[in-house]
Design a protein around this ligand. Sequence first.
Ligand code: AHG
Ligand code: MN
Ligand code: MN
Length: 346
Amino acid sequence: MSERPTDFVESPSLDRDCTTLSRHILQQLQSYEGSAQDISAIMNRIALAGKLIARRLSRAGLVEGALGFTGEENVQGESVKRMDLYANDVFISVFKQSGLVCRLASEEMEKPYYIPENCPVGRYTLLYDPIDGSSNVDINLTVGAIFSLRQQEGDDLDHTAQDLLQNGRKQIAAGYILFGVSTMLVYSIGNGVHSFTLDPSLGEFILAEENIQIPQHGAIYSVNEGNFWQWDESIREYIRYMHRHDGYTARYSGALVGDLHRILMQGGVFLYPGTTKKPEGKLRLLYETAPLAWLVEQAGGKASTGTTPLLDVVPTYLHQRTPAIIGSVEDVELVESFIREGNRQE
Ligand code: AHG
Ligand code: MN
Ligand code: MN
């Protein structure tokens, strides 16, 4: 009888390199049901969108027409960047012939993009913010993309997308892609939060960390203090409390995905409260705050509007904004206590 070959040496780093996103998703789903296969295929398509956007971003300074504004405004009344449009189209292109999702809803489009040929099979809706933090694009700083998956309810034949106006607990999957020093994809399908780093030489997202748990408390508070005089007095009091107490430090990049990623890894709180000009704040519920709230709660954190759990908010229209306080349980609760109790002097 021949002996087992002895020249195979166990290599943890090789094993790790083989833990790709697609393999991880299949392990997570542990099922061969149709719906599991669909979610796995959808996540792989999102990963492809991430790779296409990462490629464009990394060459943006070298090609004509990649940077700068288009000269148009989106439905949010914000100036549109060329990269916003490119990334928006990337998600449409990767899902158009996939048979997987019936609608795509993005902060860059007034109405969802319907793919009727997919609807008999792919009864999902992908909601996304194609480029988050787009003011960072032209200066070569970190940006992100945010995604969220919901089951379509009803036929939506009149294209009003009323079934999307439900709370954040209806999400099936959510996550973000961080275009930073390296490209990372962080996702949850309701069973923990997992991060992956893009290895450009392989073109694969490789597992970085499984079952991420956000610390219960962290030193960082992340907020645009330029809005100080536009906030409610309770938020100003909270910030004064941060200034007066040891053990806190501020970080703010102008890209929610980047700021939130730091908080997910190191603890702390991100907040974008209402202002006098924008009482609901700036961030959009369906494309930004609900997906990140869901993800952070999956990692053991907390998300609030200040008065209500963020995931309980039911929007009345697609592009609705919400104040957002997201992060470590203790730090979110500290902000909430200021909002509840008004001016807390300590
Ligand atoms: P977007 O680029 O998708 O419009 O989002 C920008 C958001 C978010 O990324 C960031 O946290 C926030 O806007 C920054 O806004 P301010 O400049 O008002 O602080
Ligand atoms: Mn955004
Ligand atoms: Mn955006």
